[in-house]
Design a protein around this ligand. Sequence first.
Ligand SMILES: Cc1cc2nc3c(=O)[nH]c(=O)nc-3n(C[C@H](O)[C@H](O)[C@H](O)COP(=O)(O)OP(=O)(O)OC[C@H]3O[C@@H](n4cnc5c(N)ncnc54)[C@H](O)[C@@H]3O)c2cc1C
Length: 420
Amino acid sequence: MKKYDVVIAGGGTAGCACAYIAGKFGLKVLLVEQNSFLGGSITSSLVIPAMKTADNAINTEFFDTLYSKLERAGGAITYCDGNKGWFNPELVKIVLDEMMQEANVEVLFESCIDKVEEKLSGYNATIRNNNIVYSHQELLPLIETKYLVDGTGDAKICQKLNCEKLENEKFQPSSLRFIMSGVDVKTFSDWLIEFDKDRNVTTSCEIDGKTYLSTACTWDSGAKWALRPLFELAVEDGVLKNEDTNYFQIFSVAGTADSIAFNAPRLLDSTEDRSKAYINGRAAILRLSVFCKKYLPGFKDAHISSIANSLGVRVSTRIKGKYVYTAEDLRSGKTFKNPVVVSNYPIDIHSDKKDNSVLEKVFQQYQLPVESLMARDNLFVIGRSISAEFEAQAALRIIPSCFSMGEGLARYLAEKLSDL
Ligand SMILES: Cc1cc2nc3c(=O)[nH]c(=O)nc-3n(C[C@H](O)[C@H](O)[C@H](O)COP(=O)(O)OP(=O)(O)OC[C@H]3O[C@@H](n4cnc5c(N)ncnc54)[C@H](O)[C@@H]3O)c2cc1C
């Protein structure tokens, strides 16, 4: 039986940060990922860029290392607002492989934890992986670990161990993101800057001879969406359905001269039936791509170059841990003895109903305590399924905060082990 200090289920946003930092501390780490690549939402759901967070964020070694390696590989830029989170998702896959090797993290792809059992001081688990296909008998490898970390985004390991869950009093729709390439970004940007005279949500800048931009348009009133009349026209023309206009946000892709990433379509009925959401999502992607080619200058020769492998899930199961972090803690900027995250990102709740989404600014920095990652003795949860109230999670789920909580937990575990 193989023995580890830390086993992490889920090589996504938070899981990779935890594995890398724990490995750097010399811990024996196993990272178990169901996909054939690392990065989770960033790579598999095409969630780019990482949102900008507090200038004095803590636990940023993983982010900084990822950024500098990606930048050297031509896969990251610092946008004109100072945000270093503009990553190229394909290069993220390659750089994360490299980082895990550098930190001596053992990675198992196409693998899941099958059965898991709590011991006196740690956990035993069996791993189900693709290698089984080549053997005639089902001999699932058995492992033993001192600490088990659930970074699956949906608290799948905690659920196997019957941990108590928190209620989702509201829900947030998922999105199926995609990328279009072959866009004449310069032509589009020049047109957009002229078209969005108020420059309420549109930004653009030149970096290393390439044009980068960002804009948005939703069906909510309250912001001056310059693109709004074009969406209305497209609905009238039968190119788009009204529901396609509910959320549209686009960004150029770091390191490319001609690619635009879409934070859309946002799927209004995506919680009940994920299979249906994929089918509806891909149909909406086709409509949105036709809309872009027809109504947006610079898109005439563009094509859909990538559709996310996985639905982008904003919130699903959250665990009731040692400390349930509240929206009041967040709003009041409560401080804690062992913070793992410092952020000022707003409470960001996407709604399935018009004029119901929330983007509530917070007026001070807030801290997330390590106790909100403690599901049980020696069992931890990181990423979007942490022990936090619905509204608090809606602020904490962004990529930099997930990186920080993964890294903060790794530091905490390394210290615990050194005390033993
Ligand atoms: C549509 C959408 C748009 C967003 N936009 C932004 C944005 O612009 N900027 C920003 O900063 N944040 C954004 N976010 C938030 C952010 O991307 C996510 O909340 C964050 O990446 C979640 O990280 P995580 O580690 O919890 O999960 P993930 O990164 O999803 O990682 C979970 C990992 O676990 C793996 N896994 C699942 N089950 C198993 C299993 N049983 N065994 C092994 N592996 C398993 C998955 O394959 C995956 O790799 C967005 C989120 C969504 C959904």
